[in-house]
Every structure is written in structure tokens, then in C-alpha cells.
Design a protein around this ligand. Sequence first.
Ligand code: HEM
Length: 485
Amino acid sequence: MFDLLSLSIFCIVSLAAYYVVYRYRNRRLYELAGRLPGHEKYSIFGSFWLMLSMPRQDYVPCVMDLIKDEQQVTKVWLFNKLMILTKDADFINKVFNMHQTYNKPDLFYKGFMTTKGLITLAGSEHKRHRKVLNKAFTSKMMQRLPDIFDDKSKKIIKNLCQVENCGEFELLEFIGPYSLETFGKSNLNYEIQYHKSDIFHAYDNYSSVAVDYLAYSMMGVSQSLISFTKLGQRIKDTFQKFDAYFDNVIKVNSQNNNNNNIGTDPTAIDILLDPNNGFTEEEIKDELIMMLLGAFETSTRIISMTLMMLGMHQDVQHKLIKEINDVYSTEEKDVKFTTDFLQKFPYLEMVLKETMRLFAVVPLVARETSEDVDINGYTIPKNTTILMSIYAMQRDEKYWGCDAHLFRPERLENGMEYPHAWAPFTGGSRICIGYRYAMLAMKVFLINFFRTYTVDCSQKFEDIKSEMTMTLNFLTGYKVSIHRK
Ligand code: HEM
């Protein structure tokens, strides 16, 4: 009895001493945090548990609610970790461009489960990878893409005859193959057969396990503990599938390169396999996974969301079809897609940009401070996570007017009043490497689609419900009906 009491007192005193020493050592963090507006730490779990305990579909509105409107930033705590939430365009633009906020917080990016690819890499390693991989996304490289996009989109549009005039169908099943097959052909020099492809199944598993893995990691569950669970087994299976698939892609490319097929304009896989660039096998595979993640779900969702928006807003669709018809009426019948030709469709660009504004497919992005940093009068302590709600910023009435929540491409007619408030690809030196690629791919698909079909959507705009998985997803699905023109 006495021993148990002594042990309890010892534990309590040790914990109290640890707490005092911890607070003393981190006094600067607490002093600076005290000056920031926001939610005070009111339990050992911090205040951020409010978000963690929310169902996925409430993540986005919940983050928006936590941000106090009158301030540029709002602090929240996850256990003893300080985080800053913001949806302020000027603040976010500065974060994207400062060297002290170059790196991403492990905690949030653990969900990717790979460490050696562009999305998660830090510091000089990121810069080294990015510098060489940029060569696969230069303006010159973009010139060869429209042909590939044209070819692949025509194949998908041909397949759509199965569902024309047959009522509503799920768009992702048709757009997914377009994104995946164009990705394979243009970045991997490889013909991916979507429906027969293991890579699609690996990807599908990946996006469901990644969210669960992230949730466990944020609650402090270690990687080794997760490896003993069912989730751990699913992660292992997923990566085995990726490995087997990419081994084959690498083998085919190595054979072709040995036959001197490598051109002067290298694609992403050419760059990764070039021994002069010194990528290890792990780095090559992680980069391939990161690129696939970056390219596939994002473009698939945006094309599908755009078609839905046009199905819901027939006036916008008519205007877009008129633009496409007008351009083609003045061109040769067999005019080829080029980057110059694609500039003749300004309304199409506005439609895509407006969809990406309303539905930031990557709704939250994060950075970590590498030292104390002053931004707009706030001193953010070292090792703070800055969580930026692109979704909230792109719907903020302060930047977009009182109809910010509505789909109205005309708002972009004379450019943007606050260009930094539109950042679906982020900005600064870590801006999406594939943003020009994505814009071209989406434009070519939509032009070819509207030369053949019109689209209808019975769902109402205001009934759309979204959830946050790896990317923003419509919980209510992507259903439309199409009719041959
Ligand atoms: C509509 C389509 C796309 C959207 C909305 C999009 C959005 C984004 C965003 C928001 C980021 C920054 C993520 C962060 O900071 O956490 C990003 C990064 C990235 N994206 Fe994209 N992306 C798209 C298409 C693509 C495509 C087609 C590719 C490749 C072909 C790609 C490859 C990447 C890579 C590798 C990164 C990491 C860049 C770095 O940190 O250096 N993305 N993308």
C-alpha cells in the first residue's frame, strides 16, 4: 500500500517536473504563441482534436469555421504542436515564397507514405530533384503533349457511345482512363491499359489506406505498430503492386534507352533513369508514385467536376460550345492541337479556372517554419505548421464578391482582382510541377468532348457534398448524361 502510494507520488512529481522543464525549455514558443490570435490550448490533446474528431465530410467546413474572420491567422494546437490556420491570400502568397517556409511538415505529409519524391522531400534534396525534373515540363516539352492528349481523348470519347442517351452514368469511370493513360504515355513512355492495369488497383488501395495511415500517425501511433495491423498489411500489398508495376516500366524503358531511343527532350522517366542524374532506385520509385498521385486523381476530378458544372449551368455550356464552334469554323478541318491553338479558347480557360476556384482539389496545404519568421506583423515560431486553406481562400467574399459561392466564369473576364487568391496549384518554388501539363490535358479533352456531345446533370449545384480524402471528392458522385450533337 505504502509502496503504491510512493510510486504514485513519484510519478506525479516526475510528470510535474517534466512539464515545468518542458515549458521552460520551450518558453519562447509559448511566449510567441501567446501573442497569436486563436484557440487556446485547453487540454492535453490541444484544440486541433476538434478537427480530428470530425467525420471526413466536415473537415473542410470545420477548418473554415476555426479560422477567425477578423484575423489573418488563427492558432490551434495538436497536443503540444502549434499550428497556424490561414485563408488570407497575401499571407499565403508570402508563405509560398519564403525560404523559411520551404519545407512541409512530416506530420501532414506522412500520409503519402513515401519520403523520396517531390511532394514530400525537403530542403536541398527537394531542390536537386526539382531542378532536373523541371526539364520534363519545359515549354518545349509541352509542345509534344497536345498530340498525345488528342489521341487519348478521342479514344475515350469514342467509348462514351456506350452511355450516350442512356441516362446518367458515373463520369470517373471514363475520365480516369484518360488521365492515367495520358500520364503513362507522356511521362513514362509507357502504354498503360487502365482496365487491365494493376497500377489502377494499387492507386485505388493507396488512396484509401493513405487517409487512415495519416489519421493514425497524427494520433501518435508509430509506423512499426501500424505494420502489425491489417492496415499495415494493406499498405505492404499496395507498395508491392506499385513496385512490380514500376519495375516493369523501368525495364521497358531501360531496354529502349539501350537501343538509343532516348531523345533530346527527355520525359520524366528518361530523367529519372539517366545515370548522370544519380537517382537511387528508391528515389526513382518514390518519384514515380508522387507523379502518379499528383497527376491522376487531380486531373480526373477537375475534368469531371467541370463537366458537371456545365451540365448544371446550360447557359455557360452554350457559350463554351459557341466558342469551340466559332474557332473551328475558321480553321482547316484537320487543324492540329498545339499550345498556340489552345490559346484561342479563353472562355474554356475561364470555365476551368472557375471550377478549380470553387473546388480546390487540394483544399489544404501545409508548410513548416525552419526558424522564427515574421509575416505581416505576426511572429511565427520555429517548427510551427502553417495550414493554408486554399478552399476557404478561393471562396472568400473578400476576394470574390458576395456571389463567391456561385459558379460564374464571367467573373474572370477581365482577369482577377486578387490573383493570389486563386492558387489551386499553390505558388512559389514548390508550385505544382505539372500545372501547365494539366491545363493542356483538360482543355484538349473538353474541346474534343464538346465537339461531339452535350452534357446534362440532374443534380443541383447546392446539393453537392464534398469530403476530403487525399483530394477533394464529391460525396454525391459525378453523375451526368450525355447526348450526341
Ligand atoms: C488539375 C490538376 C492538378 C492540380 C489541381 C494539382 C495541384 C497540386 C498542388 C496543390 C500541389 C502542391 C501540394 C502541396 O504543396 O502540398 C501539387 C504538387 C505537385 N504536383 Fe500537381 N496538380 C495537378 C496536376 C499534376 C500533374 C498533371 C502532375 C504531373 C504530371 C503533377 C505533379 C505534381 C508534383 C510532382 C508535385 C510536387 C511539386 C513539388 O513539391 O516540387 N500535378 N500539385
